[in-house]
Write a protein that binds this ligand. Structure first.
Ligand SMILES: Cc1cc2nc3c(=O)[nH]c(=O)nc-3n(C[C@H](O)[C@H](O)[C@H](O)COP(=O)(O)OP(=O)(O)OC[C@H]3O[C@@H](n4cnc5c(N)ncnc54)[C@H](O)[C@@H]3O)c2cc1C
Length: 190
């Protein structure tokens, strides 16, 4: 569908792995892969943000340049408010990703459940924002020869699958949910 540069193919293993080639203790593979996936999930989120920065900048420029009904699209309040909302939500997501990466870089560890939550939220936001930006280009956003939005929409879709699907990310985030019985007892009248 997109991301055609990815070398994705079927693999078949027809050999035994010798002891000296084993990377982690038997039984610990999932744990080892889990740590590597932190990098993958944060880089997927960063990749999505990069694509959104581009899409939002091009779209803001388009609203200034294209005229309809005698004025630039920007002058139509409905359009500039929608774009402002997309920009604000993307800025919030960017701060979330940057803060998580900074914490990981400084401490060398980070909460996997939070990373999963960041990744799924950013990936879903990216799909929404890219689609809305394409919409603000009208038909031009849909036609392959006129803008790169069709390719962007195909490429960005991988964010919700690569490094773990939305549902797997939510499962992880759910595992990290905190509870507080004392707070509950104060707040909930029985
Ligand atoms: C081009 C490409 C590149 C990729 N690159 C990478 C990569 O580099 N690293 C990486 O980690 N992943 C990568 N992925 C993702 C990975 O290969 C899998 O596609 C992904 O983990 C989902 O597994 P699946 O395709 O077997 O889907 P399935 O497991 O068959 O899932 C199908 C659907 O059911 C949902 N589902 C499945 N089980 C449950 C459940 N128990 N509860 C709720 N919902 C469930 C899934 O979320 C999904 O929506 C890539 C995928 C593609 C297409």
């Amino acid at each position: 569908m997109g991301m055609r540069g990815l070398e994705t193919c079927r693999l078949a293993f027809d050999t035994e792995i010798p002891d000296e080639a084993i990377l982690v203790r038997p039984g610990m593979a999932l744990h080892a892969i889990g740590s590597a996936l932190i990098y993958e999930r944060l880089s997927t989120a960063a990749l999505m943000l990069g694509a959104l920065d581009l899409a939002l900048l091009v779209t803001a420029t388009h609203l200034r340049r294209r005229k309809q009904f005698g004025v630039p699209l920007y002058e139509h309040q409905a359009l500039r408010l929608r774009l402002a909302d997309l920009i604000a939500r993307t800025a919030l997501a960017r701060r979330g990703v940057h803060a998580t990466v900074a914490e990981f870089s400084a401490a060398g560890v980070v909460n996997m459940c939070e990373v999963a939550g960041v990744k799924v939220t950013v990936a879903r936001l990216a799909e929404h924002v890219a689609s809305e930006c394409a919409h603000l280009f009208g038909g031009h956003g849909y036609v392959e020869d006129e803008t790169r939005f069709p390719q962007l929409l195909r490429d960005i879709r991988v964010g919700r699958v690569g490094g773990g699907t939305d549902e797997m990310m939510w499962e992880l985030a759910a595992k990290g949910m905190r509870t507080d019985d004392a707070l509950y007892d104060r707040w909930v009248r029985s």
